[in-house]
Design a binder for this molecule. Structure first.
Ligand SMILES: Cc1ncc(COP(=O)(O)O)c(C=O)c1O
Length: 381
């Protein structure tokens, strides 16, 4: 019998049955009073969980649309923007900003490391930046940016808005907008929320909303905060058709998050990540990200000598686990393993065990049980 495939890529992540059920419901009119209530609840929950007095937006689209929405509402052509890049998705933000005709400076780090906060502080003291963007967890490197520290620095600059890409972090890494100085948080449904791909989620704090107002009419239409604010406040109004079933799915995901307790969820992610990373190291792999800046949502795992990427991932898929390949210069040199969202111990043990069986089939005969032992011990702590 063929193994069932566990999707352990860094998004989309496994979708819990109760969330799937929401996607399978019969679609209702978007003006249906029950749906209007549901969307309002989703918006309120997002503001409450991520702690902002500002606004929350949920629109059909992916994380990249959310990136565009995040920046388009807080700057205008010719403004100075500082992009902090810890990898592929930081570079993507730089490209988006360049296409918008912004005056972009990029601070990037070697893959696996972070840009020191002092460097960001120095840059901010040299020029008037209207916005700073940072990727909370860059999925290409598995590096987690010190967003709270960056927020403290940016807060000192009244004219500078901090935009955080939380696509691979939100609902797994703490993100409290107003306390942490995050003015815009952009994210997507398919990673730590554990919903299928299809929703772009954006939260904007008071400073970002003030900025939006000051810009007047912006060029963008679908992603204009001002077009959506009336709808998010009163979903019985129409601007663009809401993704009814996806919004129900997100509502269920938020229910699961509230049920677990968001702080508990953050703690669980730390525990899971450290256990998975210790297990992978026990099997002889190395993790790309420096220890102090490792994400809790995924691990970017460097192959040991003698293991070839395409063959490893093919055999691993036969053993029942799908992981993602490396990006950029790390294509062929590493795999990316997601461990975020609504996954339980079964997923973790099965994943490490499948990795052991794969290595065994590829000639590493001394690995069986080693990773699972470390994983189980770490999880039991
Ligand atoms: C950190 C980060 N930002 C942005 C994106 C883009 O999101 P999407 O692929 O949903 O457009 C991704 C996708 O993996 C990501 O990991």
């Amino acid at each position: 019998m063929k193994n069932r495939k566990l999707v352990m890529i860094p998004g989309p992540t496994p979708v819990a049955r109760s969330i799937q059920d929401q996607m399978g419901r019969e679609t209702v009119a978007f003006g249906d009073p029950d749906f209007v209530k549901d969307l309002k609840e989703v918006v309120n929950d997002l503001k409450e969980i991520f702690r902002t007095k500002g606004e929350a937006f949920v629109v059909a689209g992916t994380g990249t649309l959310a990136m565009e929405m995040g920046i388009a509402n807080v700057v205008k052509e010719g403004d100075n923007v500082l992009v902090i890049s810890h990898g592929y998705f930081g570079d993507r933000y730089a490209e988006i900003c360049q296409r918008k005709g912004l005056n972009v400076d990029v601070l990037s780090s070697e893959w696996g490391t972070i840009v020191p906060v002092e460097e960001i502080e120095k840059k901010l003291s040299e020029k008037n930046y209207k916005a700073v963007t940072v990727t909370h967890v860059d999925t290409s490197t598995g590096v987690c940016a010190p967003v709270a520290e960056i927020g403290e620095v940016v807060k000192k600059y009244e004219d500078t808005v901090l935009v955080v890409d939380g696509v691979c972090a939100t609902a797994a890494e703490p993100e409290y907008l107003d306390e942490m100085g995050i003015d815009v948080l952009i994210t997507g449904s398919q990673k730590a929320f554990g919903v299928a791909p299809g929703l772009a989620i954006v939260l904007a704090g008071p400073k970002a909303l003030e900025r939006r107002k000051s810009l007047g009419t912006i060029r963008e239409y679908y992603i204009d905060f001002e077009k959506w604010i009336p709808i998010m406040n009163d979903p019985s109004k129409y601007f663009g058709t809401p993704a009814v079933n996806m919004i129900w799915a997100l509502q269920e995901s938020l229910r699961l998050i509230k049920d677990e307790g968001v702080e508990n969820r953050y703690k669980r992610h730390i525990k899971v990540a450290r256990a998975m990373q210790a297990a992978l190291e026990a099997l002889g792999f190395k993790i790309l990200a420096e220890k102090d800046h490792r994400a809790v949502t995924l691990s970017n795992v460097l192959y040991m000598d003698g293991i070839e990427d395409a063959e490893f991932r093919k055999v691993l898929a036969e053993e029942g686990v799908v992981v993602a390949g490396g990006l950029g210069a790390y294509a062929g040199k590493m795999f990316r393993l997601g461990h975020m969202g609504n996954i339980d111990t079964h997923y973790l043990v099965s994943t490490i065990s499948a990795i052991e069986r794969t290595l065994y089939r590829l000639g590493k005969k001394d690995v069986l049980g080693k990773g699972v032992k470390v994983l189980t011990e770490e999880l039991a702590k």
